[in-house]
Every structure is written in structure tokens, then in C-alpha cells.
Design a protein. Sequence first.
Lengths: 114, 114
Amino acid sequence: GESVGLHLPTLSVQEGDNSIINCAYSNSASDYFIWYKQESGKGPQFIIDIRSNMDKRQGQRVTVLLNKTVKHLSLQIAATQPGDSAVYFCAENTYTGANSKLTFGKGITLSVRP
Amino acid sequence: EPEVTQTPSHQVTQMGQEVILRCVPISNHLYFYWYRQILGQKVEFLVSFYNNEISEKSEIFDDQFSVERPDGSNFTLKIRSTKLEDSAMYFCASSVISNTGELFFGEGSRLTVL
């Protein structure tokens, strides 16, 4: 069946290092992906998105890479900071003609060591 | 900065009771959503809403669930007869446009059904 999922449940990185969080998807027709961050006790927060006509998109300290050939998505965080500690979700957006519907993958916990 | 607000932050109820979760979306947003997250699991789509109508609903959103926009600011989720498995964090979200992965989530309402 269709699914969006993450490879690893936890990631621990040293402050200042770069972090890479990976995600795989199964539906080759998927064309719009988003990364969300969820801090403890809060709702998901949009980080960055990418559509299938691109293979790379950059934001502030974050880069999303999309490899449609192997159906793989990654989020790179440069110079990871303690404030980056959170659960990260990849999600697929399905536009139904009236509204968007996000299908979230399983979260991965990013823990930043001081 | 505008934000989505949700009340209550935590509600404890007995099985079979009715629950209403309230949300105030961002004021210029037109598209509204409810998602839920069972503890430790991924975020799941429940329903989307636009122009006073449900746009799409998931299999979870059965006859026990309903949504309403009773006035120009509130967006509510009602569960008519709660079950134990309804225990979860319920997130309201809103967006400016329809075909977007950038949803603005509230901090959630934790529902505990005993």
C-alpha cells in the first residue's frame, strides 16, 4: 500500500554538526512533500516543502533533497543547534481539488548533544 | 505573529460522553483541518473544511464526529459518544490557500477518555 515513512526512529548529533534525516515513500505518483518539526508539547511546525519538479530546495540552515528515482527524501540541517531538538516528520500532500491532505510518516527524534 | 489557538489544552472525559474541542484559526485563513495523534504515533488526517462544508474526511471521521464553524472565528470538532480509542492529541490547523503543504497547527487538545 501507499506509505510515507522514516528509516530511523532516533538521531543523536553533536551541536554544530550537520544532521541528515531520511524518508522513503512508496507512491511514485507522489509529487509534493513537506518536512514538519514537532517540539515537545507543541503542534507540528512547517519547515520546508518541495514539489516533484525540483530535486533540491534550500531554506535557512535547511535543505531538502528529493530523489524520485529511488523515492527518497532527506532533510539536511546545517550547524545543528540545541533548538533543533524535536521530532521531525516527512509528509506527502495530496490535493483533492478542494483542500490539501497531509499524510505523515513516522517521526524521527533528533537529539542534539551540547 | 498570528497563531492557531485551541481549547481546552487537556480534557478528561468518561466513555460515552460528548466532547467539543474548539479552535480559532488564523483570521485570514479560509481552509481548516483537524488531525489527531495517538501518543507516540504519527499524525493522522481527520477532516478538511472550506466554505462551511467538509471537503474531505478520513475513515477515522465516522458518524460520531462532526465539525462546525458556528461563527466567523471558531472551528469546532465534536465527538458525540467518546470511546477509549479516541484518546489522543487533536490538532487544529488552517491554511491560506488550498493546494499547500504549509499548514499552521495549533498546540493541540489532549483528550483522555476513561
